[in-house]
Write a new protein. Structure first.
Length: 140
């Protein structure tokens, strides 16, 4: 049997939870959410994966240098729900970004980025340090 004290405690916990789990706490700490990522390698590539569910591919901006990748975007909220009607609001809507220092140099021009079921996979070709190119000297 629930007492009035139990009900008040549950109400207080709900209010604390809605502040902590709601959108407000993220926006106060940061203007942009920092994406979580997995980065791993194959013999020829560096692979980076991150979740971008609800974001159109055209709304994702990738910038790649020799040893750095930056992912930026924005998740648009397209619901018209009054704030008072939410019980829990944990989904993040707004800008996000992440810059990752890559473990080795890559070829910025040799990149493949795909999104499937909200998972963004970026495959970047490693620099082949063993590759040699013989240059013929011309007389001018």
């Amino acid at each position: 049997m629930h007492t009035q004290e139990d009900e008040e405690e549950a109400k207080d916990a709900h209010q604390r939870g809605s502040k902590k789990n709601g959108n407000d706490w993220m926006e106060e700490e940061n203007d942009e959410l920092e994406l979580t990522v997995d980065v791993y390698q194959t013999p020829t590539d560096i692979i980076l994966q991150t979740m971008v569910a609800g974001v159109k591919p055209d709304d994702i901006d990738l910038t790649i240098a020799r040893d750095l990748i930056t992912i930026k975007g924005k998740r648009e909220e397209n619901r018209n729900v009054d704030e008072d009607n939410y019980f829990i609001k944990e989904l993040y809507w707004g800008k996000f970004s992440r810059t990752v220092l890559l473990p080795q140099e890559v070829e910025p021009e040799e990149v493949e980025a795909t999104e499937r079921h909200g998972l963004l996979t970026i495959k970047i070709k490693k620099v082949d340090k063993e590759k040699r190119n013989n240059i013929k000297v011309k007389s001018v």
